[in-house]
Design a protein around this ligand. Structure first.
Ligand code: NGO
Length: 524
């Protein structure tokens, strides 16, 4: 029998463990340069060289003229983990001597968002036609650094980048995410965090679903009760909320600094209970219904026969157009089950014209293709089968579409039956399902040239906080972003899943709550 008191044995074991931890700290595993083949979305063209660039503590970033703001952004995302000062030189002489150089340089093949990245032992040179291209190139550069670069506190490094060259540009111009802030309201900070997370994957559009039966989420000065009363609750009966116009402008400006266009949606003529509850005169019977906190759809409709309805819409769309620099206003148009087709078609025709009168282009869920559309009006496809007669008929007349098939692109669908959040009406969408389709040839009767791109909508009936948004969006939004950006020739689940796997450690470092799908061989 041992004579050593038990509590001393435990203490000794603790000391040994501490010793082991200290030893592990003394010899940290050095992060290695990342292979080019792990970048998401896959670049159009990439080749690796045998050299390695090391970002040193004295490094400076040259970014003059139009490149300056992206240079400042690059420095700001690299400073926390490196702890380096990374001054940004705006003088022209800096181009030749600084190790990191961002330059605007004409190159016809790169378009508005393309870029070229050249890394050798002594320099990293990023060139693009436009600042947007530099911004997308910076996202690639971040992924070529070890995952610890994404930490918010100083990490040991070394900060190496594999030598090589990338020439990259997107397949589709529209690469979007949608956040439903109506079913549950999300504050400005949550939206900004989501903007930063989607920007990493070269998503360039954030569609905000600003109104629905359960809530109206944007202050409208000419109809103030929309927000103060119509925004006062949400699914389940919580407090709801709304953005003041100043807060909305702040979101728009923040998104613009990440080269993301905000598309505001006011859903109509259905999904309008919050507005109908706020103003009795918008109802055909002149009686305001109570606020609604359930999750049914299809029960509400604006009164399409009243003049006041169009005065209301002109005021609302006018205010939103004035607050929104982007070219689009989304008019919803989905699930108008309480509006007859005879009322629905002229209503949509009138509203798209109101949008045009305010200098914007209308987008609507593909249900609007039942109506006579202006050549500029865009449909957003959300059905679960690739064939739809009115979509085909509109396409024949030239309508363009953004693709969000609910059984492939809806971020609120569960991954598996066990997923604690989300819905399953359109099916389960595991990681492989989200990737295994081609937006270019998905819709029957719609040519690839009529597909503007893809969007991942996140409806929030069951989503209440940032961690929920992240869990449903990642990895699937990164997958959809790849379908939107990468050339069709790169499409291959077997190689893609390894690239996607490299994102896992990055999300962990960033504190992004993602679904660790068993279909993906996540990197440690
Ligand atoms: C549908 C419906 C939304 C729901 C969503 C849930 C469209 C365009 N309208 O998509 O109101 O929130 O499904 O998945």
């Amino acid at each position: 029998m041992s004579t050593i008191p038990r509590r001393l044995v435990v203490a000794a074991a603790a000391i040994t463990m501490l010793g082991t931890a200290a030893a592990a700290q003394a010899a940290p595993v050095k992060p290695k340069a990342v292979p080019y083949a792990s970048v998401v979305p896959a670049p159009a063209w990439a080749t690796q060289a045998n050299s390695t660039f090391t970002l040193g503590s004295g490094a400076r970033i040259a970014a003059s003229g139009q490149a300056a703001s992206v240079g400042n952004y690059l420095a700001s995302v690299l400073r926390p983990a490196t702890g380096f000062a990374l001054p940004v030189d705006q003088a022209l002489w800096a181009r030749a001597v600084d190790p990191i150089q961002l330059q605007i340089a004409p190159n016809a093949t790169l378009g508005d968002e393309g870029y070229q990245l050249t890394v050798n032992a002594t320099s990293v040179v990023l060139t693009a036609n436009k600042p947007a291209g530099l911004f997308e190139g910076v996202q690639t550069l971040r992924q070529l650094l070890p995952a610890s670069i994404d930490a918010s506190t100083k990490q040991p490094g070394p900060w190496q980048i594999q030598g090589g060259k990338i020439t990259d540009h997107p397949r589709f111009g529209y690469r979007g995410a949608m956040l439903d802030v109506a079913r549950h309201f999300f504050g400005v900070d949550t939206v900004k965090t989501y903007i930063d997370e989607i920007a990493r994957y070269k998503v360039n559009t954030l569609h905000l679903h600003l109104s629905d039966d359960q809530g109206w989420r944007l202050q409208i000065n000419s109809w103030p009760k929309l927000a103060t009363y119509g925004g006062s609750t949400q699914v389940g009966g919580g407090a709801g909320g709304y953005y003041t116009q100043a807060q909305y402008k702040d979101i728009v400006a923040y998104a613009a600094s990440r080269y993301i266009t905000i598309i505001p949606e006011i859903d109509m003529p259905g999904h309008t209970n919050a507005a109908l509850a706020s103003y009795a005169e918008l109802n055909c019977n002149g009686v305001a219904p109570p606020l609604y906190t359930g999750t049914d759809v299809g029960f509400s409709s604006l009164c399409t026969s009243k003049d006041i309805t169009y005065k209301f819409l002109d005021d609302v769309i006018g205010e939103i157009a004035a607050l929104t620099p982007g070219p689009y206003i989304h008019i919803g148009g989905d699930e108008a089950q309480s509006t007859s087709d005879a009322d629905y078609k002229p209503f949509i025709a009138k509203v798209q014209q109101i949008v045009a009168n305010h200098g914007k282009t209308a987008i609507g869920w593909h249900d609007i293709s039942k109506a006579d559309l202006l050549p500029s009006t865009i449909g957003q496809y959300w059905d679960t089968t690739p064939t739809n007669a009115s979509v085909q008929a509109a396409a024949k007349k030239g309508t363009h579409f953004v693709l969000s098939p609910a059984n492939l692109a809806y971020l609120d669908m569960k991954y598996t039956e066990q997923t604690p959040l989300g819905q399953d009406w359109a099916g389960l969408i595991e990681a492989k399902d989200a990737y295994n389709w081609d937006p270019g040839n998905y819709l029957t009767g719609v040519k690839a040239s009529q597909v503007n791109g893809v969007e991942g909508p996140l409806w929030t009936e069951t989503i209440v906080k940032l961690a929920d948004i992240q869990y449903m969006a990642f990895p699937r939004l990164a997958e959809l972003a790849e379908l939107g950006w990468s050339q069709a020739s790169t499409h291959n689940w077997t190689t893609f899943k390894t690239r996607l796997a490299a994102q896992g450690p990055r999300w962990k470092v960033q504190g992004v709550n993602f679904y660790a799908s068993p279909q993906v061989p996540w990197a440690k």
